[in-house]
Design a binder for this molecule. Sequence first.
Ligand SMILES: NC(=O)c1ccc[n+]([C@@H]2O[C@H](COP(=O)([O-])OP(=O)(O)OC[C@H]3O[C@@H](n4cnc5c(N)ncnc54)[C@H](OP(=O)(O)O)[C@@H]3O)[C@@H](O)[C@H]2O)c1
Length: 349
Amino acid sequence: MIYGANGYTGRLVVAEALRKGLQPVLAGRNREQILAMGLDTGLETRVFGLETPEQVDAGLQGMGAVLHCAGPFVHTYRPMVEACLRLGVDYLDITGELAVLEGLHALDAKAKEAGILLLPGTGFDVVPTDCMAMKLASELPGSDRLILAFVNRGSRVSHGTLRSMLTRLGDPGAERVAGRLVAKPIGRLGTTIDFGLAQRFCMSIPWGDLFTAWTSTGIPNIVTMTASRPWVHRLLRLQALFNPLLQKPFFRRWLVRWVDRHVWGPSASELEQGQALVYGKISHPDGRVREARLVLPECYRLTAITSVGLVQQLGVLREQGRSGWCTPASAMGPEWVVSLEGCRWLESV
Ligand SMILES: NC(=O)c1ccc[n+]([C@@H]2O[C@H](COP(=O)([O-])OP(=O)(O)OC[C@H]3O[C@@H](n4cnc5c(N)ncnc54)[C@H](OP(=O)(O)O)[C@@H]3O)[C@@H](O)[C@H]2O)c1
């Protein structure tokens, strides 16, 4: 089942699943749009919201796995994962939200008891960066510092991504320090990073890998960064002044309405022509460092490819007796990302 199938990313995932010859059940709370998608594709549809356990249980009946695409996940993951635990359904999602990853990880023992997989982060955040972290950690064992950075060139963020970012507006960022997730100002670090095909100014942001790369590699100090305009980075120095305003409910409501009215895309040509680049650097206490770079399709296109790719691996993972929490790289290994269409390591810069 693809839940949230009518969302921007949900639709990309449905198209990719059909391209791969899969026949998912399409689900979501939006009756009109889900039924219309069913008519267009000939796929089975189910319409249900996430408000009560009864409706989620009824909606999930008979499913082997759900790929949850309805975010912000901080509002949606709990009812879905709890139903998965009750019904013995494998849970996958496309979240990159730290609080959600943390919440799912805490359910590891319950998931093992129920015999289900908890496999979040099946999209751009965190598949390539998780593979990058694991590859670097295996190349330089004993390392204690990891930097992961990304840029999505020639594209933009979707409605749902911005809505998810708004749930944390005005909150501090985070870094992993000595194994603990510690609040740090967004943009505390800013530096130019050489992605191989481009150099970009990047600043630190709280990204899902602060949780997943930690569970995949055990590296105790992790910073995650994204490309940004230098003026945005400079502006963020004033965040202590404007964060209280950003946290005001009336201001958040106004921004949510603005995003609902004005944010759409990426467009078909941005999906086609955009390109994501990932950079990773690991450091050993003895001074050795190692870097790696990935060249990838546009990040929403990649999310569809990686999510469907992981669903296709569920049979193998079940045969291996896997259950409980796993990250994409801990399930599939660090090289899995480059087995996917349009993904490659950049060998030299
Ligand atoms: N990690 C990654 O790399 C990655 C990549 C892409 C997207 N994402 C995340 O995926 C999420 C979706 O993004 P998008 O751009 O596809 O968003 P979108 O176009 O706004 O779609 C959101 C979907 O979620 C559903 N939804 C929202 N709140 C719900 C709730 N409380 N109960 C049930 N359904 C709910 C919406 O249903 P309605 O139509 O009924 O509102 C819609 O189907 C966001 O959280 C985004 O950050 C992550």
